[in-house]
Design a protein around this ligand. Structure first.
Ligand code: B12
Ligand code: SF4
Length: 466
């Protein structure tokens, strides 16, 4: 069987006007995971529009086309699907946006899938080979046991800065109402992990030193996380991941992660307005000392990528300056800002829709950079302007210097400057590297920046990775 898999990209990812480094970070892990279920005789090709241009009229005509639309790439995905269906190709679509709006996707596909694919995809493959594929498969049985190895041989590693991204769990134990998670995992378990040995085996298969865990919350199951970090100690890895404020404040876990090579953590602080938290069911952040979380991370030698959402119902026009001021004052190395975006079928979507506050359904603009709802305590213009101003202000050299000077020591100050500066300040260099189609050449630099620093505690004891 000939199978083509495509991760479509929103159009701006290919625009010369837009800084594209973000789109050259991670390979299409979901599709490479599904490819693992294909047989040795199947011919499979995997394309990722974030890093390569595809011309539909020159592509081969496969027996089966597999598409994974995100909300912002839904329009493009449907365009690709329609093109191939007109040529008689069976089109299968699944993933987050399809799960949110299966009927919308079904108008462009022969088969749609809701939820994660590990149970339904092998079922479909059998039905398809037998000539009786169904129109729709809904995932209910959730497990990562017996997962075949991810087909990393299909990934064009040289096109990515972070080719070694991986996930060892699915979902998250929390229920923030703006998050994709509860809707995506409806009908079954919404948080589950691989067996620790399987996760360690996956890590062993990855070349080099650097890893990026894309798990929603790597620390979400303490027993699993501890065993994983213990197993990773001594593997000489440096890695990045995501975790919650609550998990950072829990004694012991962070230190174990740092000992196993954790060097930077994406943390969902979300808001400096405590009143927003209960409203958005971000219960795990309520009453937590954010400053203490940052100090603990820095104390363990872990850089912080702080995530914030603007335009929540309790936010007024002062929220942008307050957030930037707080983050810079804490010495936070990198920040990711988002405009609150109601994804269809989330709790947030349902509330705003009931209140008549969804302004339009142009999914291209649901990219967390555009205002798609009617904010409560400011205008849409104030929100969009404030969002861009926050980015500019946070990454001003004066603020990068100020942030670096809030770090505990000279070592940390240097790393702060190197990492924050490289991330936002050298866009022309990134562009040049990406256009040379050898972005992976920057990976040693990233590894070096992450590895060049050990926690004060680890430096004292000689423990941890070099
Ligand atoms: C890596 C990542 C990116 C990468 C690129 C994606 C890539 N190369 O895969 C980058 C940085 C480019 C990115 C960008 C954005 N992202 Co993003 N990203 C992620 C992240 C962290 C991990 C994705 C991943 O690899 N998961 C692991 C794999 C194994 O799971 P999976 O891809 O979901 O695939 C499984 C299932 O979905 C299903 N499946 C998927 N496709 C198909 C197809 C078939 C036929 C079948 C059967 C099953 C199936 O089976 C797979 C195996 O279980 C997710 C968070 C998350 N937890 O998923 C957010 C996430 C997907 N991103 C999101 C968003 C909003 C964005 C941006 C719009 C944000 C922004 N402000 O820029 C942009 C735009 C992206 C675009 N192309 O349009 C949202 C999506 C919301 C939505 N409803 O679509 C998520 C969920 C984050 C969040 N919590 O809000 N992202
Ligand atoms: S903690 Fe993160 S992944 Fe978990 S539900 Fe909240 S936003 Fe989603």
């Amino acid at each position: 069987m000939r199978v083509t898999m495509i991760l479509p990209a929103l159009t701006e990812a290919t625009s010369p006007l837009f800084r594209p480094v973000k789109y050259s970070l991670f390979p299409p892990l979901g599709l490479a995971t599904l490819a693992g279920y294909l047989g040795p005789d199947d011919e499979v090709t995997l394309y990722d529009e974030h890093v390569e241009r595809i011309r539909l009229d020159t592509l081969e005509t496969p027996d089966l086309l597999v598409l994974q639309p995100y909300i912002t790439s839904a329009r493009r995905s449907y365009e690709i699907a329609d093109h191939f269906r007109a040529r008689g190709v069976h089109v299968a679509m699944g993933g987050l946006h399809v799960t949110s709006l299966p009927d919308e996707a079904a108008a462009h596909a022969d088969t749609v899938f809701t939820g994660p694919g590990e149970d339904t995809w092998p079922l479909f493959l059998k039905d398809f080979r037998d000539g009786v594929p169904a129109r729709r498969y809904d995932s209910t049985r959730r497990t990562l046991a017996g997962l075949p190895p991810v087909r990393r041989d299909l990934i064009k590693r040289h096109l990515y800065l972070v080719p070694n991204s991986l996930v060892v769990s699915r979902g998250c134990p929390h229920h923030c109402d703006f998050c994709y998670k509860d809707a995506f995992f409806e009908g079954g378990k919404s948080f589950y992990t691989q067996a620790v040995d399987d996760a360690l085996a996956e890590i062993e298969r990855l070349p080099g030193r650097h890893l990026y865990f894309l798990d929603d919350h790597l620390f979400g199951n303490r027993r699993f996380a501890e065993a994983l970090f213990d197993g990773m100690a001594g593997m000489n890895r440096v890695w990045q991941a995501a975790g919650t404020v609550k998990s950072v404040l829990e004694p012991g876990l962070l230190e174990r992660a740092a000992g196993a090579g954790l060097r930077s953590l994406f943390v969902g602080f979300e808001t400096v307005n405590g009143a927003n938290l209960a409203e958005r069911r971000k219960d795990q952040n309520i009453g937590r000392d954010y400053g203490e979380a940052v100090r603990r991370l820095h104390g363990a030698g872990v850089m912080v990528n702080a995530s914030f959402v603007f335009g929540l119902d309790q936010d007024g026009p002062d929220v942008f300056d307050r957030t930037v001021e707080w983050a810079v004052g804490q010495g936070i190395e990198t920040a990711t800002f988002h405009i609150m975006t109601p994804y269809p079928s989330t709790g947030l979507w349902k509330q705003l829709e009931a209140e008549g506050r969804i302004v339009h359904r142009d999914w291209d603009l649901y990219d967390t950079r555009h205002v798609v709802h009617r904010p409560r305590n400011m205008t849409a213009r104030q929100l969009e302007d404030g969002y861009w101003r926050a980015y500019r202000d946070f990454y001003r050299w004066s603020n990068i210097w100020r942030g670096a000077s809030a770090q505990p020591g000279a070592h940390e100050r240097l790393r702060h400057l190197a990492y924050a500066g490289a991330w936002k300040k050298f866009e022309p260099a990134w562009d040049a590297l990406i256009r040379s189609r050898r972005v992976v050449r920057a990976l040693p630099l990233l590894e070096h920046t992450l590895a060049a620093f050990r926690s004060p505690a680890a430096r004292g004891s000689g423990a941890g990775t070099p």
